[in-house]
Design a protein around this ligand. Structure first.
Ligand code: PNS
Length: 165
């Protein structure tokens, strides 16, 4: 199981999913529903975006969860949690989560993959910041996701112009 917020999916996530799908018979990409962070895309939109990008991988499924990740993994009979590490700054939070998850359900392992070097600087947060400020995000997210982001931000821009006029 590869859990995350995926708001939205980036090419960094995609790289991990491709590699994970080669390592396991089945990979469930699971979106957190009850995130405290204010999401740009609804859970339905994120699910649709993930399915659009991932339908070419026959052993990859997309679902979403509420509550404890390890309980969801157990309910889906997943035995491994896949997470990516980009830089040392990711390590502390990931270690804490992995140890907590192991304490909650010792039978479920967390497996870390190092992000590909071409992706180690990409995050959903920065992608949203850059596009929100008018920057180019080509190559950082799948083309279908880029199109949705452009639409969302041009709509937000237009609403802003309407509000301010
Ligand atoms: O992509 P993200 O935002 O780094 O993913 C974080 C995620 C979804 C893996 C994490 O927030 C999570 O597992 N949340 C579920 C709540 C939970 O199980 N908490 C206790 C163990 S840390």
């Amino acid at each position: 199981m590869y859990p995350g917020s995926f708001d939205p999916i980036t090419n960094g996530h995609l790289d991990l999913i491709q590699r994970g799908s080669r390592m396991f018979d089945k990979l469930i990409v699971s979106i957190l529903r009850n995130d405290s962070k204010q999401a740009l895309f609804s859970i339905e939109e994120r699910t649709a975006m993930l399915r659009e990008v991932l339908h070419i991988y026959p052993n990859v499924e997309v679902d979403s969860f509420d509550g404890l990740l390890v309980d969801h993994a157990a309910a889906q009979e997943a035995t491994v949690l896949l997470r990516g590490i980009r830089a040392i700054s990711d390590y502390e939070k990931e270690l804490q989560m992995a140890l907590m998850n192991r304490r909650l359900r010792p039978e479920i392992e967390t497996l870390f993959l190092m992000a590909g070097e071409a992706h180690s600087f990409i995050s959903s947060r920065l992608v949203k910041e850059v596009i929100g400020l008018g920057g180019n995000i080509k190559g950082l997210v799948p083309p279908s996701v880029e199109a949705r982001l452009l639409k969302r931000f041009s709509a937000a821009g237009a609403a802003g112009i309407r509000r301010n006029s």
